[in-house]
Design a protein around this ligand. Structure first.
Ligand code: 3PG
Length: 214
């Protein structure tokens, strides 16, 4: 798929690789080498969380300088976040929870959204607003694989991206579930590894993550 030539959907983002990296960047200088390291390992859908003051600048430089990567914005908590992320070059958004205001804004501005949910009621609200691919957050803390199995009954048409407490050890169990398309996790971009500039290590972890079966 030539991802830079087409309008993405949330499902495109989920299907591209088995793991969506949840990235916290503290320095703009880390953004481009980090993105290149992940792309070299086979991961191009990058969720840059809006948790640091430099997050939007990091999105801008990756969008400008790493065309092989697809920049996404994580931690979208309100309408303003969604609009700022789009303006900074984000091509998809991820939210830790769900409000209809965020869901409808993302539809209006054309930003594919992976909305976060943790309960049946939130799934129903998101689906009512047109979303059938959802992030389950915080996945391992809120019920993990057992909750996903329970949801497969009433919500058989929903596909999930469990995120929160996911690791290389428990990812295979999650990815084996029929309603899980992809998992999210921060383990591919540890702050310590980025601070040391050990980009080859990130490439190696990304390549390992791409081997996960689903
Ligand atoms: C998130 O922001 O989605 C989570 O904090 C990622 O969770 P993890 O750090 O447990 O992977």
């Amino acid at each position: 798929m030539a991802v830079n030539d087409k309008k993405l959907t949330a499902l495109d983002v989920m299907l591209d690789q088995p793991v969506i990296p949840v990235i916290v960047l503290n320095e703009v200088a880390h953004a481009v080498p980090m993105a290149r390291a992940l792309v070299a390992g086979g991961i191009r859908m990058l969720e840059i969380t809006l948790r640091t003051p430099v997050a939007l600048d990091c999105m801008r430089v990756i969008a400008d300088e790493v065309p092989e990567a697809v920049v996404g914005a994580g931690t979208i908590r309100n309408v303003a976040d969604a609009k700022a992320a789009l303006a900074a070059g984000a091509r998809f958004g991820v939210s830790p929870g769900y409000t209809s205001a965020i869901g409808k804004t993302c539809q209006d501005i054309g930003l594919p959204l992976l909305p976060g949910i943790a309960t049946g009621s939130e799934i129903m609200q998101a689906q009512e607003d047109g979303y059938t691919e959802l992030k389950f957050f915080p996945a391992m803390q809120a019920g993990g694989p057992n909750l996903l199995k329970a949801w497969a009954g009433p919500f058989a048409d929903i596909k999930f991206c469990p995120t929160g407490g996911v690791s290389p050890e428990n990812a295979p169990t999650l990815l084996a579930l029929p309603n899980v398309v992809v998992v999210g996790g921060s383990w591919l971009t540890p702050a310590t590894v980025m601070a040391r500039g050990e980009w080859a290590e990130i490439t190696e972890m990304a390549a390992e993550a791409c081997k996960l079966a689903r």
